[in-house]
Design a protein around this ligand. Structure first.
Ligand code: NI
Length: 159
């Protein structure tokens, strides 16, 4: 496993890549497994989720761990959602900033595992936020596009 470089939205060339729509994963091979392993190792100390485009790979794969273990979602799709929650979000591609975002309270997702096997997952509360945030990355969407305001430096100090 190896750490990968995370694209930073503040760098114009990186931002162009973060804004692209990722393509579906079609090959469930060693290359994908290495990518997923590297993504998890890259994100686990500082974040709760990472999408492949954040490490420069425009493929539809994300890893998430909100404290209950590793979730790998390949070619994920939200098939239903309900409720609303509102809270602060950050992103490893937007260092040092946080913004307030509305998200569904609960989402059901269909995805494939690293071997291509389909499964369905229901996520609630913060896990649902993480899923929505990471899936947005696959369509070139960042949370700052959806935030109704960013936290001020004073608020960040208090947090
Ligand atoms: Ni992010």
């Amino acid at each position: 496993m190896a750490l990968r470089n995370i694209l930073d939205h503040n760098d114009p060339d990186s931002d162009v890549r973060l804004r692209k729509v990722s393509r579906p994963v079609t090959e469930f091979n060693e290359r994908l497994w290495t990518l997923l392993d590297d993504m998890y190792e890259t994100m686990i100390h500082d974040g709760v989720g990472l999408a492949a485009p954040q490490v420069g790979v425009l493929r539809r794969a994300v890893v998430i761990d909100v404290g209950d273990g590793k979730h790998e979602l390949v070619n994920p799709k939200i098939v239903s959602q309900e409720g609303d929650q509102y809270g602060s979000e950050g992103c490893l591609s937007i260092p040092g900033e946080y913004g307030m975002v509305h998200r569904p309270q609960k989402v059901t997702i269909q995805a494939q595992d690293r071997y291509g096997k389909p499964f369905e997952l229901t996520a609630e509360d913060f896990f649902a936020v993480a899923c929505c945030h990471e899936l947005d990355h696959l369509d070139g969407v960042l949370y700052i596009d959806k935030a109704d305001r960013m936290l001020t430096p004073e608020e960040l100090e208090e947090a």
